[in-house]
Ligand binder design. Structure first.
Ligand SMILES: [Zn+2]
Length: 375
């Protein structure tokens, strides 16, 4: 009997709800994972992240290996202790970020050598090194090392990259070994080409993983193309394992993905937007820097129970943003993460009740209403 497991409790159409069990805690699905890039969810204490309803967060291998270094974190007791978060952590493999952030990259069959964007120092990532780093960090869900081109890319490039990623998936599986209590996820590639996605899914199933991610989306193709891909891609993956859509997304992307059978997602959007004065609400996006809020005593969202909405006016949130006060990013990040988790909770309850379609209709209607009129 494995000490990690995934069980579905209900499905409604293609939407699914269930739970991933790990020794560090349960992850209710569909799950949204806040991003803790540099061993912190920016502007948030770990207990505040937990209070938004997050069961798991994501850490970035690429950033942590460069600064402060995986070996250093391991010596300090692992990533959970280092950042004071004792619930599950998923780490990415570093593959995506090394291709988007590092310079002087050299991609070979072996792996990628590159120069750090922090100080120019030379590093190498391969399936074996990525597994080693994620083990040093102590992450609960480890991602296979892969490579994916930005879209649009021509079919030959996507196909070559997918096959390389599948060879790396096997090497990741071999290097991961047997680690009870930890899960290894494979990553499906193939761009927007359905047959390549199918081949990729087949290769991953033959290797065998604890969960399956859909990679190579949300890289510039747009929502329509992404949804068209998601109309097929999740169906190509095993039904009895979690399906994770990487790097998604806006609230309506998340809802559309869950509708198509996705169980897990992550995105920097709620945290990054929180630091740039953008709030996501049931009634769409609010730009708090807008002058219309300067004298508005009302909360961001009267029905929201987050610290920003229960304790502060729009006028205050506007003021601290304009004054570059740190509490601005703290409050808007807390609100955005709370709202994203409310969406997930709403979907979990709706799927369990067989009411997903009605919930989705209400979700879109609320957002289409737009923000409350100015005073
Ligand atoms: Zn709020």
């Amino acid at each position: 009997m494995s000490i990690t497991s995934f069980s579905l409790s209900a499905t409604d159409g293609k939407a699914r709800t269930g739970v991933i069990r790990t020794p560090r805690g349960e992850i209710r699905t569909p799950a949204f994972m806040p991003v803790g890039t540099a061993a912190t969810v920016k502007a948030m204490l770990p207990e505040q992240v937990r209070a938004t309803g997050a069961d798991i967060l994501l850490g970035n291998t690429y950033h942590l290996m460069l600064r402060p270094g995986a070996e250093r974190i391991a010596k300090l007791g692992g990533l959970h202790r280092f950042m004071n978060w004792d619930l599950p952590i998923l780490t990415d493999s570093g593959g995506f970020q090394v291709m988007s952030l590092a310079s002087l990259r050299k991609l070979t069959e072996e792996g990628v050598t590159f120069a750090s964007h922090v100080d120019g120092s030379r590093h190498m990532l391969s399936p074996e090194r990525s597994m080693e780093i994620q083990k040093l960090l102590g992450s609960d869900i480890v991602m296979a090392f892969d490579e994916c081109p930005a879209l649009p890319a021509d079919r030959a490039r996507i196909e070559h990259s997918m096959h390389l990623s599948m060879r790396w998936a096997q090497r990741s599986r071999d290097a991961f070994g047997d680690r009870p209590g930890h899960m290894l996820f494979g990553i499906q590639q193939g761009g927007l080409e359905q047959d390549l996605r199918g081949q990729s899914a087949e290769a991953l199933r033959a290797i065998g993983f604890d969960g399956y991610a859909i990679g190579g989306l949300a890289v510039g193709e747009g929502q329509e193309a992404m949804f068209a891909c998601l109309d097929h891609a999740p169906d190509q993956l095993p039904t009895d394992k979690p399906r994770y859509l990487m790097g998604v997304g806006k609230p309506d992307d998340i809802v559309g993905a869950v509708k198509r059978g996705i169980d897990m997602m992550d995105c920097v959007l709620p945290t990054r937007s929180g630091r740039t004065g953008q709030a996501f609400t049931r009634h769409g996006v609010v730009n708090i820097k807008n002058a219309r809020h300067a004298d508005d005593p009302r909360p961001l969202d009267a029905s929201c129970t987050c610290p920003a909405c229960t304790g502060y006016s729009r006028a205050y949130l506007h003021h601290v943003f304009r004054a570059h006060e740190m509490i601005s990013g703290m409050l808007l990040t807390a609100h955005n993460l709370h709202y994203f988790q409310q969406i997930m909770e709403g979907m979990r309850v709706a799927i369990a009740a067989g009411q997903f379609e009605a919930w989705e209709t209400a979700f879109h209607a609320g957002r289409a209403e737009g923000d409350i009129p100015p005073l």
